[in-house]
Design a protein around this ligand. Structure first.
Ligand SMILES: Cc1cc2nc3c(=O)[nH]c(=O)nc-3n(C[C@H](O)[C@H](O)[C@H](O)COP(=O)(O)O)c2cc1C
Length: 208
């Protein structure tokens, strides 16, 4: 699948098949995140890949799905994600030993830029989409709960979670008619309104 097609066809997926995801592919997802743009190239992100069934079940307890259509938008029983990538922001120390003194000073003086997470997450989701794997990026996460599950140290902060699996639902772009709220039809297809290109593109000037 070419990049443009992956970008246009990616939709948030919230029901998944039980098929597991090969670890090699999950490693490639993290590798895609690894090379994403990073403000001042500080690279503050780390990634916790979760595949064990019992741990996936525990993570699931700490997530909130599809706010506009809750609870209908929740994954159905047996259609839960089969893997997660937990997006972690390392607040200090990590890689400290491999940095030169002046570099570590720079690292401490900057706050991690959250835009790094966006770029890394999108790389993960687009690579996943290009190989037929669905994803949903979740910010509505009980971070305290998940921190406990994995004993995540204080120097790391959970930013968000990416749920993964082979899709068991269809989600499609809907015509924008004034509301941003996505909706389910009778067949269970999710319709996601996106603002039209003509309304958001400005070429050379903001006046039309
Ligand atoms: C930062 C961020 C946080 C999100 N958090 C959640 C979430 O907690 N739960 C959820 O079901 N979807 C979440 N989403 C997915 C959005 O609902 C989804 O991207 C949006 O409805 C557009 O649909 P699309 O991804 O299919 O284009 C999040 C998306 C972003 C960018």
């Amino acid at each position: 699948m070419d990049t443009y097609r992956a970008i246009l066809s990616r939709r948030s997926i919230r029901n998944f098949r039980s098929r597991r995801i090969n670890m090699k592919l999950l490693r490639r997802m993290v590798n895609s995140a690894r090379v994403a743009p990073s403000a001042a190239n500080l690279q503050p992100l780390e990634y916790l890949v979760v595949t064990a069934k019992s741990l996936c079940e525990e993570v699931f307890e700490h997530l909130k799905w599809a706010g506009y259509i809750s609870p209908e938008g929740n994954p159905k029983l047996g259609c839960e994600p089969v893997a997660y990538i937990i997006m972690l922001i390392s607040k200090s120390k990590v890689s400290h030993s491999v940095l030169k003194r002046d570099e570590s000073a720079i690292r401490y003086s900057f706050k991690p830029d959250l835009r790094d997470v966006g770029a890394a997450a999108e790389n993960i989701m687009l690579f996943a989409q290009s190989i037929g794997i669905g994803s949903c990026w979740l910010g509505a996460v009980n971070k305290i709960g998940i921190k406990k599950v994995f004993s995540i140290p204080k120097r790391m902060e959970i930013d968000s979670v990416i749920a993964l699996g082979y899709p068991k639902m269809v989600s499609t772009i809907a015509k924008f008619t004034g509301s941003v709220k996505y909706y389910l039809d009778k067949k269970g297809t999710l319709h996601v309104p996106k603002r039209p290109l003509k309304d958001i593109i400005h070429i050379n000037s903001l006046t039309r």
